[in-house]
Each structure stands twice: as structure tokens, then as C-alpha cells.
Write a protein that binds this ligand. Structure first.
Ligand code: PEP
Ligand code: MN
Length: 345
């Protein structure tokens, strides 16, 4: 793997000294850039493994001494940050749940003042480009110079192919606003399963991302968190050896790069359309239950007018927007009519 691409790999969580050291030794042989391990784990539900906490810092110090790898962990509070810096952790990352909380981000930015740190900022769990930009600005305002972003996908409701939707247009917008800030991809949290790691990683490299963060465990079946998505260091090596790195950094405006952007934006378009149709289906149920007609022409005219104004304000052609809304509306009515009859009992 070409060195322009920084690979950060390691377990979702540090669990035991042996698990950390064995994973790190195996990964060091693959030539990764840095070793990751979560010590304080933000868990969605209580009662799950919440990490080993500060005791894992010693294991990271051992990894650093023995393998020479840079080490990194997540910090969510000023207390974590001070402990990690004190222990010599080289890179800190802000997790997706923390990025979504401006109070927590500001508290960390205040705690960082005067310290030299390397920082990764994951996208917020919700698809809000302003929150992500806000977190970046809070740390830039605190004087942090070495910052990269990590695109790990966005939460959504319902069963999806992805654990977290890529919504590629959001990192593309961040890149447009902050062209000098490196962008990494975390295909592990995005895909949620090993089979998706290679295709997502390649898509990120085609979009000229600067690195990948991938969860690796010496024994994934025994992992205490994110078991379904972790791979072994050997599997990582295999995936990396099949990836193609686009070398033409100077030539970011190349046709290939434009095409990758179009492919990714089309994927986002269809993800959004699929969510829109799902809501239409729910509206279909609601109308059936309340004995309402599917077609409500006043609402339809309002939508077409309002969306045409919106599209025009974004520099799109008004007639194009109208035709597009007509096609979407036609499909939406079909979906509502097709939605299964709900029993009246
Ligand atoms: C992690 O990297 O293990 C993690 C908790 O990530 P995220 O904040 O992206 O969910
Ligand atoms: Mn994880």
C-alpha cells in the first residue's frame, strides 16, 4: 500500500493486555501508520462493555515502545484528554456521538488550549454538515493545527445495507469548504460488516481520501464490542493489497475524480429517494387508516411550486425541477396506493 494513504487500524476496544499487544504486533508487520484502540467506549445502551478506561493507557504505551507505532484513542471529556496526553497517546479522536454535541466539543477545545495534539474528528452521527464544520472550527479556534476528518457514515432508522449511511455528499461538501484538511474514511463503522470494507475503502480512495481507519482484532469472534465488523490483521493485509491508490494527487480535477464524485453523489441521491418513498409508504398507511384520499391536489401544487423555488435558489433550472418533482410525485402516489391494506380491526 502506497504511503500517501495513512492506515489506522486496531480493535474497537482495548479488552486485555494480550489482545492489545498481539493485535498490535500483527498489525505492525502490515506497515500501518497508527494503532487505534478505544478505552472509554460510548455505548448506545447501558449494560454493554464500556471499555477498560485509563488502565488501557499502559497497554498503548507498551504498543508504542515495542512496535514503534503511533497510538490513538477516543477522548470524550477533558479528563480523558488530559489522561491520554499525559500517557503520550499520539493521536486523539473525537467520536461521532461527541461531535454531535457542541457543549462537549467546546469543553474539549477549551481543555486542549496550549497543548500540541494531533486530532481526528469523526462526522456527527446525524447528517448535519454544520455540526461537523462547527466541531472543526472549535478546535481550529483553539489553535489545533494537525486535524483530519473521519467519515464514518450517518445513523438512519430501519434496516439498511450499511450500518451507517455514507451520504458521500456530506464529506464532499466538507472537502469543498476545508480543502486543506485531510479526509479519512472509516469503512468499519460505515459498513458494519467485513464484506463491505473493500468496496467502501476503494470508493474512498477513488474520491482521493487520505487514509482509512479500520477495526482489527486478533480474534474478532471474541470481541467485546463491534464484533460483527472487526477483521483479523491478516484479512486487513489482504484487503489493503487489493486496493488501488489513485496517485495523481496534483490532478484532483481529473475526469476519474469527477466521475467518482458523480457516482458517490448518485448513491446519496438514491439513498435519499429511498427514504422519501419509505415515508410515502407510511403516509399511505395513515391515509388508509383515516379514510383519506391518496391524492390531495392542493398539497401537490404547493410542493411543485415550493420545490421549484428552492431549486431555482440553488442555481437549478426551474423546469427541470418541476419535471423531476412530477416523476417523484407520480412514484410516491403509486407507493401510497400499493402500501398494504391495514386491517380495520
Ligand atoms: C469507534 O471508533 O470505535 C467508535 C465508537 O466510533 P464512532 O464514534 O464512529 O461510532
Ligand atoms: Mn467500534
Amino acid at each position: 500500500m502506497e504511503s500517501r494513504i495513512k492506515i489506522i487500524a486496531g480493535p474497537c476496544s482495548a479488552e486485555t493486555r494480550d489482545q492489545v499487544l498481539e493485535t498490535a504486533r500483527a498489525l505492525a508487520k502490515t506497515g500501518i501508520y497508527a494503532f487505534r484502540a478505544g478505552l472509554w467506549k460510548p455505548r448506545t445502551r447501558p449494560g454493554m462493555f464500556e471499555g477498560v478506561g485509563s488502565k488501557g493507557l499502559e497497554w498503548l504505551q507498551e504498543v508504542k515502545r515495542e512496535t514503534g507505532l503511533k497510538v490513538c484513542c477516543e477522548v470524550a471529556t477533558p479528563e480523558h484528554l488530559h489522561q491520554a496526553l499525559e500517557a503520550g497517546v499520539d493521536i486523539l479522536w473525537i467520536g461521532a456521538r461527541t461531535t454531535a454535541d457542541p457543549f462537549a466539543v467546546q469543553a474539549l477545545a477549551d481543555a486542549v488550549k496550549g497543548e500540541y495534539i494531533s486530532l481526528l474528528i469523526k462526522n456527527p452521527v446525524n447528517p448535519d454538515v454544520e455540526l461537523w464544520a462547527g466541531a472543526l472550527e472549535r478546535f481550529m479556534n483553539a489553535g489545533v493545527k494537525d486535524i483530519s476528518l473521519v467519515h464514518r457514515g450517518f445513523s438512519s432508522y430501519g434496516n439498511q445495507i450499511y450500518r451507517n449511511l455514507p451520504l458521500w455528499h456530506i464529506p464532499i461538501e466538507m472537502k469543498r469548504r476545508f480543502p486543506d484538511i485531510p479526509m479519512l474514511c472509516d469503512p468499519s463503522h460505515m459498513g458494519g460488516k467485513p464484506q463491505l470494507l473493500a468496496p467502501i475503502s476503494q470508493q474512498a480512495l477513488d474520491l482521493m481520501y487520505d487514509g482509512l481507519m479500520i477495526e482489527c482484532h486478533i480474534n474478532p469472534d471474541q470481541a467485546l464490542s463491534d464484533k460483527a465488523q472487526q477483521i483479523t490483521p491478516i484479512q486487513l493485509e489482504k484487503i489493503l493489497s487489493h486496493l488501488t491508490v489513485r496517485e495523481n494527487v496534483q490532478d484532483q480535477q481529473s475526469l476519474e475524480s469527477f466521475r467518482s464524485q458523480i457516482d458517490s453523489l448518485d448513491e446519496s441521491l438514491f439513498q435519499i429517494l429511498s427514504r422519501r418513498m419509505e415515508i410515502s409508504r407510511q403516509i399511505g398507511h395513515y391515509k388508509q387508516q383515516h379514510n383519506m384520499p391518496v391524492l390531495q391536489s392542493k398539497r401537490y401544487s404547493e410542493i411543485v411550486e415550493n420545490r421549484s423555488d428552492l431549486a431555482e435558489s440553488m442555481g437549478l433550472d426551474r423546469d427541470f425541477a418541476k419535471s423531476l418533482m412530477e416523476i417523484i410525485h407520480k412514484e410516491s402516489v403509486k407507493v401510497q396506493l400499493d402500501s398494504p391494506q391495514v386491517s380495520a380491526t
